[in-house]
Design a protein around this ligand. Structure first.
Ligand SMILES: NC(=O)c1ccc[n+]([C@@H]2O[C@H](COP(=O)([O-])OP(=O)(O)OC[C@H]3O[C@@H](n4cnc5c(N)ncnc54)[C@H](O)[C@@H]3O)[C@@H](O)[C@H]2O)c1
Length: 380
C-alpha cells in the first residue's frame, strides 16, 4: 500500500471546538459503575458543570458526587423530580441499566433536554423506536454511548472500506468473546440487563462493522442464544451464587442479511471453551481485512490488522500498524457537547444505531421462534 493511502489513516487529533462562554448544566441519571466514565469526561471539559445526579438507590448519587468533590450537586432518587426541580439542566447522561434506558431518555427529551444514553441503545427495537419518536418531537440531540467509535483503529477500518481497497463488500464475520468473563451485578438479571452478552458486548462488534460499511439496513435474521455457562452451578462466575440469578444470554450467534446483498455472520460470548469465536473479517471483491479479536472482548481491536489483496497479480498481505490510543471518553462526551452547542448532528445518531438494535432484538425473537425472521422496522 502506498504512503499516500496509509496517510489517510492518521489518528484524529484532539481539537477543542468550544464555542461558548457559558457552562452547560449537566445531570447524571444512574450513578453506578459507568457513571464514573461520564463524570470524569465531563470534568475534563471547561464548558460544563455537573449540577445534579440521581439514582434510585438512596444515598448512591450523593456518594458518587462526593467522590469527585461535586458537593454542590443536588441529588435525587427520582429523575422526574430532578428534572422538575432543576430547570437549568440542559444535558443529561443516562447511565442506568439497560431496561431503564428508554424511559428516562424519552422523559428527558420530552422535557427539552439533550441526552447521551449508554449502550446498548435500549433492550427492544420497539423501545428504540419510541425513543426516536421522542427525539423527533423534541428536536434535541440524542447520542448513544459507543466510545470505540473514536478509536483510531476503528476509524481506520471505516477508512479502508471507504477507500475502495476491499472493493464490493459481500461477507463479514464479526463478534468476539471471553473464555471466562461473565460480569455480575445488574448485567445478568433480565429485569435489569434485559439482554446479556448481546447487549453488553455484542452491540459493539455490530457497531464496528456496520459503521464501517455505512450502516445498511438489516433485512432478515436467523438468531440463536444460550445460557449454558451463566446458569451452570459449575463455577463459571466469580461467585457461585450468581448462577441462580442468571436470566439472560451468555452466548449468541446469528446470520444476518443486510441491504446491499451483504451477509453478516455474528457470534458473541461471555464464556466458552475456546479463546475466541474468531476474528472479525470483512471480505470484498478486491481485498479482505482481518481485525484480530481481543481476549476480553470489549469493542476494541486486538492487534495490527491485515489487509489481504493482490498487487500486480501477486497475493499480498499488508499489516496496518495500530494507531496510538486516545481518550475515547473525552471524545465521546466532547463530540456530543459540540453537537449540542453548535446544533450539528449527533455524533452517534439513533438513525444508525436503530439498525444495531433491530439486529439484537431480532436475534432474541428469532431464537425464540427457532427460525429466520424478516426484520420490520416501524416508521418513526
Ligand atoms: N460504554 C461503556 O464502556 C460501558 C461500560 C459498562 C457499562 N455500560 C452500560 O452502562 C449502563 C450502566 O452500567 P453500570 O455498570 O453502570 O450498571 P450499574 O448497575 O452499576 O449502574 C446502574 C445504576 O443505575 C441506577 N438506576 C437504574 N434505574 C434507574 C432509574 N430509573 N433512575 C435512577 N437510577 C436508576 C441503578 O440503581 C444503578 O445504580 C448499562 O447499560 C451498560 O451496558 C457501558
Amino acid at each position: 500500500m502506498s504512503d499516500k493511502v496509509l496517510s489517510q489513516f492518521k489518528q484524529e487529533e484532539i481539537v477543542e471546538e468550544i464555542k461558548t462562554d457559558r457552562k452547560i448544566k449537566v445531570g447524571i441519571i444512574g450513578t453506578g459503575g459507568i457513571s464514573n466514565g461520564h463524570i470524569r469526561a465531563y470534568l475534563k471539559q471547561s464548558d460544563v458543570e455537573i449540577i445534579a445526579a440521581c439514582d434510585l438507590i438512596p444515598g448512591k448519587a450523593e456518594k458518587r458526587m462526593a467522590q469527585y468533590g461535586l458537593n454542590d450537586a443536588r441529588c435525587y432518587i427520582d429523575y422526574k423530580e430532578m428534572i422538575e426541580k432543576e430547570p437549568e439542566l440542559e444535558v443529561v447522561s443516562v447511565c442506568t441499566y439497560n431496561t431503564q434506558h428508554a424511559g428516562p431518555t424519552i422523559y428527558c427529551l420530552d422535557h427539552g433536554l439533550h441526552v447521551i444514553v449508554e449502550k446498548p441503545f435500549t433492550v427492544t427495537l420497539d423501545e428504540a423506536i419510541e425513543v426516536m419518536r421522542a427525539e423527533k418531537r423534541s428536536g434535541k440531540v440524542l447520542s448513544i454511548g459507543f466510545q470505540p467509535r473514536f478509536d483510531g483503529n476503528m476509524q481506520m477500518i471505516k477508512k479502508i472500506v471507504e477507500s475502495g481497497e476491499l472493493g464490493k463488500i459481500y461477507y463479514i464475520q464479526t463478534g468476539g468473546g471471553r473464555r471466562r468473563g461473565i460480569p455480575g451485578g445488574t448485567f445478568i438479571e433480565k429485569d435489569k440487563g434485559g439482554i446479556g452478552a448481546l447487549g453488553d458486548i455484542g452491540c459493539y462488534s455490530l457497531d464496528m462493522v456496520l459503521n464501517a460499511i455505512g450502516y445498511p439496513k438489516p433485512l432478515t435474521v436467523s438468531g440463536y442464544t444460550s445460557d449454558f455457562f451463566g446458569t451452570s452451578p459449575r463455577g463459571y462466575h466469580y461467585d457461585y451464587a450468581l448462577a441462580e440469578k442468571f436470566s439472560v444470554d451468555d452466548f449468541a450467534a446469528a446470520f444476518i442479511r443486510l441491504e446491499g446483498d451483504i451477509i453478516l455472520d455474528f457470534r458473541i460470548s461471555w464464556a466458552m471453551h475456546a479463546d475466541t469465536p474468531g476474528d472479525t473479517i470483512i471480505m470484498g471483491t478486491e481485498g479482505a481485512l482481518r481485525i484480530p479479536s481481543t481476549d476480553c472482548w470489549n469493542g476494541s481491536v486486538g492487534g495490527p490488522m491485515t489487509l489481504y489483496h493482490d498487487v500486480c497479480g501477486k497475493q499480498t498481505e499488508t499489516v496496518i500498524p495500530l494507531c496510538d490510543s486516545v481518550d475515547l471518553w473525552y471524545f465521546k462526551i466532547r463530540k456530543f457537547l459540540d453537537a449540542v452547542i453548535n446544533g450539528t448532528p449527533s455524533p452517534i445518531p439513533s438513525s444508525q444505531i436503530v439498525y444495531n438494535q433491530a439486529i439484537l432484538d431480532y436475534i432474541v425473537k428469532s431464537a425464540e421462534a427457532g427460525r429466520e425472521l424478516e426484520v420490520v422496522i416501524p416508521e418513526i
